[in-house]
Design a binder for this molecule. Structure first.
Ligand SMILES: [Fe+2]
Ligand SMILES: [Fe+2]
Length: 327
């Protein structure tokens, strides 16, 4: 049985993400999230009407155009493009993010299975991890279907990133605390961007809106688990492992945000976007930086709470431009 989905965006802190302080143990919270996976879950095909009358995707649809209040949409270069190209480029950027979503979720599923392989079958996290693997599989099926219907070329990860992805997946077994930080580094910025789109008041294509609403609803559960797992586990780590986590955290989060927020080289090449325009819109743009910072704010605050931002590592956060104190 799948859940019904309200037409509205889930509230900023969904019900199942709220933890009652001091009244709910970590084990009880994990068990509750697992129960939520049974009563509130979605199927990529049963819960999305892919062939609805308004589900068709037209590359020139103005709803794909980037709005003028967003860094890239505001550039004179983009605004001077013919309307069909503006729309197609906006759709191509979306398609790239969808493809990255599939790649990210593959690593996530591999890492979750590695994580579960270290646990006894009666551990509450074992059951939860399997629920999350199932949900991510449904998400990837949705994303794949969306890509098929968009029909634009979107290459996957390059070989270097594929090697890195395999290493990250192994962390699920070898260093799960770092793995779940990676999970948050991917899920929090995507979640932030999707919520922003759904609440922006801009007209969103109904198929895309439906997929985003389903994703945002289930991701709230995944984010909740990763955060509570880290709160539970990090204080138990050896000082050596905590140091390792503290040193790797800013690099990991910076890289994740960069991958998710910047245009792919393929899109840059395909549309001949000048280097100066990429710099103007993405790398040297205060509004874009503020957006990235906001998308990372919750995970950055969690790192502070966990004692992973120390006087020794704070300069690294500042140097990478992801320290709240530096903005
Ligand atoms: Fe997902
Ligand atoms: Fe997720």
């Amino acid at each position: 049985m799948t859940a019904t989905l309200a037409a509205t965006v889930p509230s900023v802190v969904p019900e199942h993400e709220r933890r009652l302080p001091r009244t709910e143990s970590y084990a009880a919270l994990v068990a509750r999230l697992s129960r939520q996976s049974v009563t509130k879950h979605f199927d990529a095909y049963a819960d999305v009407d892919w062939d609805a009358a308004d589900a068709g995707i037209d590359h020139a649809d103005p709803r794909w155009e980037l709005p003028p209040d967003r860094p890239f949409g505001a550039t004179a270069w983009y605004r001077a493009l013919p309307q069909p190209t503006r729309a197609k480029l906006g759709l191509h950027l979306l398609a790239t993010q969808v493809k990255i979503g599939i790649e990210f979720e593959r690593v996530l599923k591999q890492g979750l299975l590695e994580f579960a392989s270290t646990l006894p079958h009666d551990a509450p996290e074992f059951r939860y991890a399997y629920h999350e693997v199932i949900e991510e599989t449904q998400h990837s099926l949705m994303f794949r279907e969306l890509l098929m219907r968009i029909g634009l070329e979107v290459p996957g990860l390059g070989w270097l990133d594929r090697v890195g992805a395999r290493r990250v997946a192994r962390l699920g077994r070898k260093f799960p605390e770092l793995f779940f930080l990676f999970v948050l580094g991917g899920e929090e910025p995507i979640d932030y961007a999707q919520r922003e789109t759904l609440t922006s008041g801009r007209e969103v294509h109904p198929l895309f809106a439906r997929v985003m609403r389903i994703h945002v609803t289930e991701e709230a559960r995944h984010i909740c688990f990763a955060r509570e797992y880290l709160r539970h586990r990090v204080p138990l780590l050896s000082s050596q492992k905590r140091l390792s986590l503290a040193v790797q955290a800013p690099f990991l989060l910076n890289e994740m945000a960069r991958q998710m927020m910047h245009p792919s080289p393929h899109v840059v090449r395909t549309y001949g976007i000048p280097r100066a325009v990429v710099a103007e819109a993405f790398t040297r743009n205060a509004a874009q930086r503020a957006f990235v910072m906001a998308s990372l704010s919750k995970v950055r605050e969690l790192c502070v709470e966990l004692g992973l931002v120390t006087p020794w590592t704070r300069p690294v956060w500042g140097r990478l431009g992801i320290d709240a104190a530096a903005t």
